[in-house]
Write a protein that binds this ligand. Sequence first.
Ligand code: NAD
Ligand code: ZN
Length: 250
Amino acid sequence: MMTDALVKKAARDLCASRNVAALTGAGISVESGIPPFRGKGGVWEKFDPMEYAHIDAFMRNPEKVWKVFLKELNEVVQKASPNAAHMGLSRLEALGFLKTVITQNVDGLHQAAGNTDVIEFHGTFARHRCLECSRTYPAAELNFSRIPPRCECGGILRPECVFFGEMIPPHLLWRSEQIASTCDILLVVGTSAIVQPAATLPVIAKHSGAKVIEINAEPTALTDSVSTYCILGKAGEIMSGIIRELEASM
Ligand code: NAD
Ligand code: ZN
């Protein structure tokens, strides 16, 4: 099916449901200027993820990981604002269709767009915690001109995200699995579906009888085996198209 026809189909499917959830990944924030980890222009073309985004690497040498990897990601995240794809999901909630956004992103852009129930599966860069005394600071109160950023006690701060090698907070994992197994539609936007356990959520949704509607710039591991259908294209353009169709048909 052509993209336009799939956009119309997605609008019709969403319109028939009041129990929609979304799972988002780094791809939804690319149009906000935040590079994804994989694919073209991805951070991993420059860095080895296991070397820099693994908790063992961070704890071994937090100064180095801040300087080489976290500094740049943190800078783009702190100045980014929501794009048309985030705004589309926010509109989908306001219209009464979308209940919850489960995001792998750490950029806070779903909340900035206005979604009210956002599960930050991999934590956030909006808060940072001291490695020595565990005091936390909102990012807005920190001065990132000195890297690594430090606590008043002198300890190095870490973002409150989930590094590779760390556990997903169990209550977030549990709730996400509940949502995946009870929603009618799971919109999967801009995720390569490689990082576990997030990549299992669309599988749970499918096996629980939900439609899995995928939106991605390219086919993924889900496209042929899990997704009910996949709309290829930029998340911002596709989401805007879906919202336009949906509003026209209401
Ligand atoms: P990923 O980097 O593995 O994959 C990104 C996916 O987005 C790819 O499949 C790519 O084809 C797609 N994509 C790229 N541009 C797109 C666009 N304009 N529209 C639609 N799709 C597009 O990302 P992931 O699956 O989220 O997993 C990697 C991990 O990286 C996650 O855990 C996430 O926490 C972290 N991460 C977060 C951010 C952020 O907070 N914005 C940025 C980079 C990485
Ligand atoms: Zn401290």
